[in-house]
Design a protein around this ligand. Sequence first.
Ligand SMILES: [Zn+2]
Length: 276
Amino acid sequence: MNGAAGNSRLRRLIKPAARPVVQFLFNRLGPLSSSPAPVPILLYHSLDGSGSDLSLSPEKFRRQMAWLHRHGWRVLTLSGYAAALKGGTLRPPAAVITFDDGYKNFFAQARPVLDRYGFKATIFIAADFVGRSSGSFSLLDLPLLDRSELAALSGEGHEIGSHTLSHPSLPRLTADRSRREIEESKTVLEELTGEEIGSFAYPRGDYTAGIVEMVRTAGYQAAVTLRPGNRGRMEEIFTLPRVTLRPGDGLGYFRLALGPFFGRYQRLFQLPVRPR
Ligand SMILES: [Zn+2]
């Protein structure tokens, strides 16, 4: 039996029901790890109780933020993270909190919780959809943040990043269309916020080497993907991994996702890259 076959048998043996046990064990072992602590980039979409793949309940979000605060974690914007990574000054425990698509419920559900702890989020906006709804590009059909809300959030220190103009899968477009999505969204959001837009998130997590180069030459400083992982490296400043929080994820999973054994846990259960 080769190694790959052995691994897949192991995966079948470790049923999803065993996940909380593995999470508990990894969390107990975490402090013994000799590798440097990761600095995870957390990914949220909508805070609502629907249980959809793109949703997390507001209560779970509150508990996660309270946990970060209680345990002395600092929260960086993605620009702050990129600057610290470049400068070699990234010091755990620290995390980045990102929200994709800019659902309007950020304002009522996330903002007051983040305010309570002095945390600043990075919100990725598809510029054509400001003040509209998400039904045409997302499995959720919900209202999105409008101009005045985005300007207010930016003024309060939250970072607004680009999620293109129209939320396409960029590799499916012509090079000219892709470049327009990447460059014009930056300009539109800069006019809206009065701030330089330095962060980018690939819609659906889709990118190629050519797309990455366009993001770099457009003047962005960092970009995030849907690739799972909690350790960013300087070489991948334009393809940073993230940690997705899903509706079924409890505090045990949250702690694991912030810790040194997240990669091993991902491989053990072959967690999917979704949601998109
Ligand atoms: Zn998106």
